[in-house]
Ligand binder design. Structure first.
Ligand code: GLP
Length: 245
């Protein structure tokens, strides 16, 4: 695992943008696995700046998102499709038909999840998967569990995730209780993985996930077994790493 130390949030965003820019430049028709949450907002803003300067071209890029809330429409401001439109897609020249987010409005969970897996397979797999880290070690919406779930599936969100995400909704009752998410197996099949973490509140889980035992109780810990993982973190998020990490 490659740990890249960044000074602060802005530096983390810039360093992560360098990695994504290199991927797009080296393989213009690459498949990017994308993530939502507060952590990647600065990274997406940086990618938009580079596109506007003429340094990045998304015209051949495809993207697949990690997850979506079950029951939310693309127009719902809290949906992850909406987040991606506003934070990236509407500002760059990615083809709308080349962007895949699980369909939150498909009431048939098995169908929605199978379609997402099929989209990833038909694109030839993910070249670079971007990940944030949930406070409880979740990646995508793979919550702590007794097994690692393999493929895209429907999850019941834990109370801690509902609480953490309530800040985006007008009340805790409005937070959906289920989501469709890529599985751990889907994520692990990506050729490269880029994790971004910032802030003191992630320090404990960062140390546990990347330097603790590999267990489905800490879903991100499986990333220790992936051959090409880069973690970009700011000083606060890396403050509890073992010495020399
Ligand atoms: C959500 C998303 C995850 C994300 C996590 C962390 O639960 N499903 O993909 O990584 O939140 O969010 P944040 O970056 O806001 O800390």
């Amino acid at each position: 695992m490659n740990m890249i130390h960044a000074k602060d949030y802005q530096d983390m965003s810039r360093k992560a943008a360098n990695i994504i820019s290199a991927q797009i430049t080296l393989k213009p028709n690459c498949v990017l696995g994308l993530a939502t949450g507060s952590t990647p907002e600065g990274l997406y803003a940086e990618l938009i700046r580079r596109y506007e300067r003429g340094d990045l071209d998304f015209s051949l890029v495809s993207s697949v998102n990690l997850d979506e809330y079950r029951g939310l429409s693309p127009e719902n401001e809290q949906s992850y499709r909406y987040f991606m439109q506003k934070n990236l897609f509407e500002h760059v020249n990615i083809r709308p038909e080349a962007t895949f987010v699980p369909d939150g409005l498909d009431p048939d969970a098995d169908h929605a999840c199978a379609r997402h897996e099929e989209a990833i397979r038909s694109l030839g797999g993910i070249d670079l998967q971007l990940l944030g880290l949930g406070n409880n070690g979740h990646i995508g919406f793979n919550e702590p569990d007794s097994v690692f779930e393999k493929e895209t599936h429907c999850v019941n969100l834990t109370q801690s995730t509902i609480d953490a995400n309530a800040r985006f909704f007008s009340s805790k009752e409005d937070v959906p209780t289920q989501a469709y998410t890529m599985g751990i197996g889907t994520i692990m099949l990506a050729k490269k993985i880029l994790v971004i973490v910032n802030g003191e509140k992630k320090a404990d889980i960062v140390a546990k996930a990347f330097f603790g035992p590999v267990t489905p109780e800490v879903p991100a810990s499986i990333l220790q077994m992936h051959p090409d993982v880069t973690v970009v973190g700011d000083e606060a998020a890396f403050s509890k790493l073992p010495v020399n990490a």
